[in-house]
Design a protein around this ligand. Structure first.
Ligand SMILES: C[S@@+](CC[C@H](N)C(=O)[O-])C[C@H]1O[C@@H](n2cnc3c(N)ncnc32)[C@H](O)[C@@H]1O
Length: 216
């Protein structure tokens, strides 16, 4: 069991508050979500890849009442922090890889959100991961990747927390330019927008779209 899992178990009913306080060290979720939702098409069916506890999705779904979500994650327990007012717009797919989801899903997404997942994917598996993501997206869909750039105290603390609290020894941050090269080298999607302003650094989020839908 990771140190994080032990702390969560001990925290019991305080778990959600503890997680919110922890998250607030690294990101202003409300402000970042306000900027990210701008890239989501109207009435989108969105796949939240690696959705985790679902806390950031509460913000997204309240800001965008038109959006419905399928959340998938390798973890068995997901979406436990989703609030009742948004919960019915989310379908949960725990213990589900991208390939497994693709095999069972009847529908491709208008938008794909990959938030703070890339740095957990081992470096040698990232190209396949992105290609698996693209296979779930409609040809005119938008891929949104939010992550944390390396360098600086907050990024460093985040890596240490992921390694020693979450227990993920493979964690490795990537530069936004590396992400752009990876996605653009994996198919015909191109960067269509940089979504977070400088206040959110080291957090960054980039939108990618196919040729017909790219912003001028
Ligand atoms: C740091 S959490 C991010 C959770 C949420 N997206 C957020 O922004 O708060 C990373 C999540 O990605 C999941 N994950 C990692 N690799 C994955 C993969 N290949 N496919 C699906 N989920 C994955 C993990 O299980 C974990 O729940």
């Amino acid at each position: 069991m990771s140190a994080g899992a032990i702390v969560r178990k001990i925290a019991g009913p305080l778990e959600r508050k503890l997680c919110a306080a922890y998250r607030a060290v690294f990101i202003n979720v409300h402000r970042c979500t306000e900027q990210i939702v701008q890239a989501i098409p109207e009435n989108a069916y969105l796949i939240d890849v690696g959705g985790g506890d679902g806390e950031p999705l509460n913000y997204l779904l309240r800001m965008r009442p038109d959006v419905t979500v399928a959340m998938l994650d390798l973890r068995a327990q997901i979406g436990m922090f989703l609030d009742p007012d948004v919960r019915e717009r989310v379908t949960l797919h725990p213990s589900t890889s991208l390939a497994a989801y693709r095999a069972q899903a009847g529908r491709r997404a208008d938008a794909l959100l990959v938030s703070d997942v890339m740095h957990h994917v081992p470096s040698q598996g990232r190209a396949v991961f992105i290609r698996d993501c693209l296979a779930l997206l409609k040809p005119n869909g938008v891929l949104i990747v939010k992550d944390v750039a390396p360098g600086g105290l907050i990024s460093h603390l985040g890596v240490l927390a992921d390694r020693y609290i979450t227990g993920d020894r493979h964690v490795a941050l990537m530069e936004p330019s590396e992400l752009v090269a990876l996605v653009e080298g994996s198919g015909d999607l191109r960067m269509s927008g940089v979504l977070l302003d400088r206040r959110e650094h080291p957090n960054f989020a980039i939108a990618f779209q196919g040729p017909a839908d790219r912003l001028a």
